[in-house]
Design a protein around this ligand. Structure first.
Ligand SMILES: O=C(O)c1cc(=O)[nH]c(=O)n1[C@@H]1O[C@H](COP(=O)(O)O)[C@@H](O)[C@H]1O
Length: 276
């Protein structure tokens, strides 16, 4: 029986630090690395990034769309990114931001969270805006297989507040309701729950309670402007459970594997004081 995702994540962060390395093969980055924007370029880029980053971080986060844009051959590259990152000892959080009616939600859960699937990974990102309950098949499947789900709460983009700060039926904000659901799912988990929130490192400040007894993914660190000081201000006493996520800021150090590895280690060093 696989250990719960939260337990595995807690151990990985203790061993390697909290940085989550995004592997997002943007067309512009492929060009900067001297590669063509085609499947061969994608494969070279993604597997070099895995070689440089995955041995040094607790979590790798490939964004699925950058692979899907090449069709089935791009998805085959994504399968290799997942397998080789795990072989290097990193947990894989596949960024797919899925959300749909419950029956379709089960199909997404089968695609990403069932270990017999070709695209099985350790955790996925999910969107709760069809109602948090629509994610129940993903949550249940994750529990069964020791996987995790990270649910969007306060995203890093400037358009997010229109929906996330809106007042939910029954009071409080939509984001607050998402955080409440996650706290309930994580209740009693020790040392860390398996159900995470996504809260951008760029949101400035929030009055929401970000302590959900589970992990919080904080994208927007690096290229979108988020800093360690921002993380400390936004997360306060919850900062010890934060996974700051960076993609372009790390990847610009390639294609040299040693420089990618240095960038990952240096960033983890910068983040080391976050919990204090
Ligand atoms: O769920 C995410 O990962 C995510 C949520 C969010 O609120 N903002 C956000 O930027 N992301 C993702 O995080 C990554 C950020 O990339 P960089 O800005 O290059 O570090 C991209 O893969 C985004 O899709």
């Amino acid at each position: 029986m696989t250990e719960p995702f939260g337990t595995r994540l807690h151990a990985a962060v203790a061993a390697r630090g909290p940085l989550c390395a995004g592997i997002d093969p943007h067309a512009g980055l492929l060009r900067e690395w001297g590669l063509d924007d085609d499947v061969a370029g994608l494969e070279r880029f993604a597997l070099t990034a895995v070689e440089g980053l995955a041995p040094h971080v607790s979590v790798v986060k490939p964004q699925s769309a950058f692979y899907e844009r090449f069709g089935s051959r791009g998805v085959a590259v994504l399968e290799r990114v997942v397998a080789e990152s795990r072989a290097a000892g990193a947990l894989v959080l596949l960024d797919v931001k899925r959300g749909d009616i419950g029956s379709t939600s089960q199909a997404y859960a089968d695609a990403y969270l069932d270990p017999t699937s070709p695209l099985a990974c350790d955790a996925i990102t999910a969107s709760p805006f069809l109602g948090f309950g629509s994610l129940t098949p993903m949550i249940d499947t994750a529990r069964t297989h020791g996987a995790g789900v990270f649910v969007l709460a306060l995203t890093s983009n400037k358009e997010g507040p229109e929906v996330q700060h809106a007042v939910a039926s029954g009071g409080g904000t939509v984001a607050g309701r998402v955080l409440d659901h996650l706290r309930a799912l994580n209740a009693g988990a020790d040392p860390l729950g398996s159900f995470g929130a996504v809260v951008g490192a760029t949101i400035g400040e929030t009055h929401e309670d970000l302590d959900i007894d589970g992990p919080v993914l904080a994208p927007g660190y690096g290229a979108q402007g988020g800093t360690v000081a921002d993380l400390r201000r936004i997360f306060g006493r919850a900062a010890g459970s934060v996974l700051p996520s960076s993609s372009r800021e790390l990847l610009r150090h390639g294609p040299d594997v040693g420089r990618l590895a240095d960038a990952a280690r240096r960033t983890n060093d910068e983040l080391a004081g976050l919990a204090r």
